[in-house]
Ligand binder design. Structure first.
Ligand SMILES: Nc1ncnc2c1ncn2[C@@H]1O[C@H](COP(=O)(O)OP(=O)(O)OP(=O)(O)O)[C@@H](O)[C@H]1O
Ligand SMILES: O=P(O)(O)OC[C@H]1O[C@H](OP(=O)(O)OP(=O)(O)O)[C@H](O)[C@@H]1O
Ligand SMILES: O=C(O)c1cccnc1
Length: 492
């Protein structure tokens, strides 16, 4: 019997399971821990990211359990000694395991910055560890693509961006997840029909060169397309001679108009997109089609779109595929998942730190929350990461992450929002499932809260993210202690 399940409990790195086994063996399985998922550097040389991937994480957690066939598989894994890696009793423990974790998360579509916890997981350390890899996988990829999309959409300056990436995406899940994330980042539609069905994203498309090539002539191909879909005609005009193609589109467009329909526009997919679009616009306008859209595609990304805008291109809709869905110039967001605190035998939280030679890689201790201060004009002023284990003073001081000599003060009159929201408590979902359109609107609205100097594509102005002073001091103390301990160890 193959009771097929949606659970992805085995979607993990083996070391999560070996650690889980270790925790179980040494009696630490139920010890409470707090982990944070964050990235250290904004992608694409930019200054921000768009949080995405939470809904799939919630789905993963909702369906998380080790099925009979998962347990049977785990029983077949052998260690280096050729014996089963895991005890039967441990596998029985996994078979009965139900997650009892707390999860707080920054909602999808929020503008986020390096070092800010996008997710905070509290509960039995064994459970925290078992879900690490899958959560990183989902948040890293979708946040990366949502960010890429938001840059592309920003470069398009209000023109629609269509996501055309499925055929060159990183596999099936990469294609689906990318379409979802690209929509969050502001794309208007996708060519990916399954993503449309699954996530409710608008689907749009034109036609390929093969359509034109399958007829004896281009006009014949356009006419046949118009017969089949008189209200959905965006003619691909560059199969042979692009400007001649535009004239052929115009001829068919006039026939459509005479029959009471409307040609939507044309698509350019090769050649000098700036020059061709300007010439095509002249032809379309002269023929009485000033509203016909000009779609462009061909290896576009945010920089090329910016350049084409600079050149005065008359493109009104941008079809962007490969470079968007593969995050071509930076194919991964380096999100990590670090332990911030653990409870001791007397149930007191003890902060923990991972010290690194590189200050940027030294983790932040405590149970963290992110506070975003907002000015009277609605613009974000700065973010402050604080430790929920310590009460905040009336006036908070945020010590800049990169430059500790820079400190900002926020008294009780400054408006703020705490970004991490309760999603799961003791295994039960307590958040709200947010429709994708609402997430997308949140991202678009959030971007308005940040100065364009912060959002610009390259060498952006740095938005201030700081550690609340007491947390900054705790971190500094813990780093010093750790250094002293290792020095003492060296000397002993
Ligand atoms: N005006 C422009 N400014 C900057 N880059 C452009 C401009 N027009 C097109 N490009 C880009 O130049 C690259 C090459 O385009 P081009 O159409 O010459 O080659 P191609 O795609 O190999 O053509 P074909 O499909 O006909 O073989 C593409 O990435 C395209 O987006
Ligand atoms: O360049 P991208 O940003 O990835 O956008 C998608 C590309 O995919 C299609 O080309 P393809 O050659 O696959 O098919 P076609 O015959 O429709 O041009 C389309 O014409 C675009 O050029
Ligand atoms: O509809 C289109 O024009 C399209 C779809 C996928 C890839 N390239 C183009």
């Amino acid at each position: 019997m193959n009771a097929s399940s949606n659970s992805l409990a085995l979607l993990t790195d083996l070391y999560e399971l070996t650690m889980a086994y270790g925790y179980w063996k040494c009696g630490k399985a139920e010890q409470s821990a707090a982990f944070h998922l964050f990235f250290r550097k904004s992608p694409f040389q930019g200054g921000y990211a768009i949080a995405a991937g939470l809904e799939p994480v919630l789905e993963f957690l909702r369906s998380f359990r080790f099925e009979t066939e998962d347990i049977a598989y785990l029983a077949t894994i052998l260690g280096n000694d050729g014996r089963p890696l895991f005890d039967a009793d441990f596998l029985q423990y996994l078979a009965e395991l139900e997650l009892t974790l707390d999860l707080d998360a920054i909602p999808e579509g929020t503008v986020v910055f390096p070092h800010e916890p996008l997710l905070r997981v509290c509960g039995p350390i064994l459970q925290c560890q078992l879900i690490e890899t899958a959560m990183l996988n989902m948040i890293n990829f979708q946040s990366l693509i949502a960010t890429k999309a938001s840059r592309v959409v920003m470069a398009a300056q209000g023109d629609a961006v269509l996501e055309f990436g499925l055929r060159r995406a990183q596999g099936i899940d990469g294609g689906l997840a990318a379409s979802r994330a690209a929509y969050i980042g502001g794309c208007a539609a996708t060519s990916n029909v399954l993503a449309g069905k699954r996530f409710g994203i608008p689907v749009k498309g034109t036609h390929a060169h093969s359509w034109v090539m399958s007829f004896d002539s281009e006009p014949e191909s356009f006419a046949a397309y118009a017969d089949a879909m008189p209200n959905n005609c965006v003619f691909l005009v560059d199969t042979y001679d692009t400007l001649q193609g535009v004239r052929h589109a115009v001829e068919v467009g006039q026939r459509l108009r005479d029959a009471g329909h409307r040609m939507v526009g044309i698509r350019l997919d090769s050649g000098d997109l700036a020059w061709l679009s300007i010439e095509a616009r002249k032809i379309l306008n002269a023929a009485g089609f000033p509203d016909a859209v000009i779609v462009a595609s061909n290896d576009l990304d945010e920089r090329l779109i910016q350049s084409l805008k600079f050149q005065g291109a008359a493109i009104t809709v941008w079809g962007v595929g490969t470079k968007l869905v593969t995050a071509y110039e930076q194919p991964a967001l380096g999100g990590v998942y670090k332990l911030g605190a653990i409870k001791d035998e007397s149930e007191q939280w003890q902060p923990r730190i991972k010290v690194s030679e590189q200050l940027i890689k030294t983790s932040t201790p405590g149970i963290q929350q992110v506070r975003r201060y907002v000015g009277g004009d609605g613009m974000a002023i700065a973010d402050m990461i604080y430790n929920e284990l310590h009460p905040l003073p009336e006036t908070c001081v945020a010590v800049d992450f990169q430059d500790p000599t820079h400190r900002s003060q926020f008294d009780a009159t400054v408006a703020f929002e705490d970004l991490l929201k309760p999603m799961i408590r003791r295994g039960d979902f307590v958040g709200r499932s947010i429709p994708l359109d609402e997430i997308r609107n949140r991202a678009l609205a959030q971007l308005q809260q940040f100065d364009r100097t912060i959002l610009r594509l390259d060498h952006p102005h740095r938005y201030r993210v700081g550690l609340e002073e007491a947390l900054h001091d705790l971190k500094a103390e813990m780093v010093l202690e750790s250094r002293q301990r290792s020095k003492a160890g060296d000397e002993a």
